[in-house]
Design a protein around this ligand. Sequence first.
Ligand code: SER
Length: 450
Amino acid sequence: MDIRKEYLEFFKSKGHEVIASSALVPDDATLLFTNAGMVPFKSIFTGDVPRPTPPIRTSCQTCIRAGGKHNDLDNVGYTARHHTFFEMLGNFSFGEYFKTEAIAYAWEFVTEVLKLPKDRLYVTVHENDDEAYEIWQKYIQKERIYKFGDKDNFWAMGDTGPCGPCSEIFYDQGAEHFNSDEDYMGGDGDRFLEIWNLVFMQFERSSDGTMTPLPKPSIDTGMGLERVTAIKEGKFSNYDSSLFMPLINEVAKIANLTYEYESGASFRVISDHIRSVVFLLAQGVNFDKEGRGYVLRRILRRALRHGYLLGIKEPFMYKLVDKVVELMGGHYEYLNEKKEYVKELIKLEEERFLATIAAGLDLFNEELAKTKDIFSGEIAFKLYDTYGFPLDLTADMLREKGLNVDAAKFDALMNEQKARAKASWKGSGDAAKESGDFKVLLEKFGENEF
Ligand code: SER
């Protein structure tokens, strides 16, 4: 089943205009990356841009959740569901329909197109949303509707922007396969899987926290393609699905190892990270010392370190590009044109980091042997400054040992270095860094992101 196609066609048949995925770097200085399907439509929700005709749309949006407010980077590889790059299927109403229709469409798609069994479905609503609670009872027994507070059932794009209460659809993967204490609705276990978030957009939050009602109540929904694909294929992890296994198999071939789920975190990290890297490079972001390019560098270097753990000590990520393009170039055609360029950039960046990784790992291991509870911030800074190890890479290596890094000391050394650089700075002529956009980013994400 081509879920992407089925989804877009379903909403097209309901009068929605199908919109192509917009860029991963949004036209929005408050965000590092497009992190949800609604991002390109933010100004329509807020009324800053007039409503389009028809005022209802659908899309399959590529998203990145790394380095910003919604940051999943650290979890990738260790959970069944987290990704830095993923595709979000969504339908959007700009003041046209609201809860009744959004819920009706979602139920129809899930039960009649995806054909998920009804006795596996659960939903959640915001604890104060009696209206959604009532509407859902037309489709599903009361016992299967859970009420949660803001933490679970209020969605916001960032600290500012459109937001509202939400209602989520969950799929029960079966008690027989799960046995964690957290495997209950609302728990952290994997048994109950959130597949679709319906956001009832009603407010715009400003930077001082004020909530202003939107011109008209609107709808923003988001369904994770990777999750639904895994469910339809009967897999308990997104990484076991046909979206990732071909990449994992490719890594296994390069490493000359057999992939096993239990010990396979490094394979999963690599198969996730290569997708972010390929899409970002194909869209014109490049490796850099700061900003988005630094997040890209962090992603690639994290993958390289995991390659190293698998015994791969030579550039290899570039060899995975063909597979990503084979899997995704049918829907995202620009990948085909950019393939060779992307490979070249990745290979160069791999060579750059691999030149220092061995010495960096030696230093890391030496310090590790001396570490009782907190890893030295000085050494973490030296790893960053001399060997090109981003702080979160060092933190990731320590996490495997159950240790933390002295991030405060690292930050202090980083700030000192910046102050020194500033004192000797005579003006770079780099207008971009002095622009309003950069300042907004700096205020929003802090120095460390840049
Ligand atoms: N914006 C919501 C989310 O990302 C629904 O699309 O979950």
